[in-house]
Design a protein around this ligand. Structure first.
Ligand code: ZN
Length: 276
């Protein structure tokens, strides 16, 4: 399926090597690589192996976590993002997804300022490497310690504050933004401004039993995924639909069966996406 991408974290128990074998068998065309999957690996070799497996590297997850309480902390975050840019360049990832960060006890306004400053600090290196950056707004339940950017409107505001450089855009993840009454308008705006850099899908289970690791497979929850996908496509977006599922439930089972289910649920959602 031409637009199906799977994140390595989705099948966390599998090594990257196993992902490169199992993903293509299910018609997956793209792979988003999480940095922990790269530990100890030769990045140039990963780029080659991924290409040989017939997979396109869609993005690297993740950079960000810019806010900090000290100057040294801010610099550590910048250094880590510079390293992520080098890694993305080496594995051939055209994009880094930014989970922007937040600091309990620090105002969200201050954190957003630090996020904008952090992105500005690494932007020249990203531009030079030909790597784009995508701000991913996170659901407000993560506003304490994972991201002070919780809506697409706030992500747009940071892009605008940076002078709307072409390299900086937004990753739309249905899990984080499906509830937003402005969602369609903000997706439209992302299309108009050239900021729609990535689209992530999964589902919201009821009741959610874990704030981080209880995401559902598409169809297991209440998100209007198809409708949001149509809004995204209506902007002219032709990129990947990236399946990003953190789930203790799915991780505890057989990952090959899980990948079969991902492929089936994607095909049911997007019957018009042709097989490769
Ligand atoms: Zn995401």
């Amino acid at each position: 399926m031409r637009r199906l991408c799977v994140h390595t974290i989705t099948t966390k128990p599998l090594s990257l090597e196993e992902c490169l074998v199992e993903f293509p068998r299910r018609g997956v065309s793209g792979i988003t690589i999480w940095r922990q999957a790269l530990e100890g690996l030769d990045l140039r070799a990963v780029a080659r192996q991924t290409h040989d497996a017939g997979l396109e590297v869609v993005s690297l997850c993740r950079g960000g976590f810019f806010p900090a309480a000290s100057v040294a902390g801010l610099q550590t975050a910048i250094d880590d993002n510079l390293k992520a840019i080098e890694q993305a360049h080496a594995v051939g990832a055209p994009l880094i997804v930014l989970v922007c960060g937040a600091l309990p006890g620090q105002t969200l306004v201050e954190s957003r300022k630090q996020i904008a400053e952090g992105i500005a600090a690494v932007l020249p290196a990203a531009e030079q490497a030909g790597v784009k950056l995508a701000i991913e707004p996170l659901h407000p339940m993560y506003a304490d310690d994972r991201s002070a950017v919780n809506t697409m409107r706030q992500a747009h505001e940071i892009c605008a504050a940076l002078g709307s450089p072409k390299a900086v855009g937004i990753a739309v993840d249905v899990y984080h933004v499906w509830w937003d009454p402005e969602l369609k308008a903000q997706i439209d705006l992302a299309g108009q401004t050239g900021r729609l850099h990535a689209f992530h899908i999964c589902d919201w289970r009821t009741p959610t039993t874990d704030l981080l690791n209880d995401r559902g497979l598409m169809g297991e929850g209440c998100i209007n995924i198809k409708e949001i996908s149509d809004w995204v496509d209506a902007t002219g977006f032709t990129g990947y639909r990236e399946v990003e599922i953190f789930s203790n439930r799915w991780w505890s089972g057989d990952q090959k069966t899980f990948l079969d289910k991902i492929s089936e649920s994607y095909a049911a959602l997007y019957p018009q996406d042709p097989s490769k």
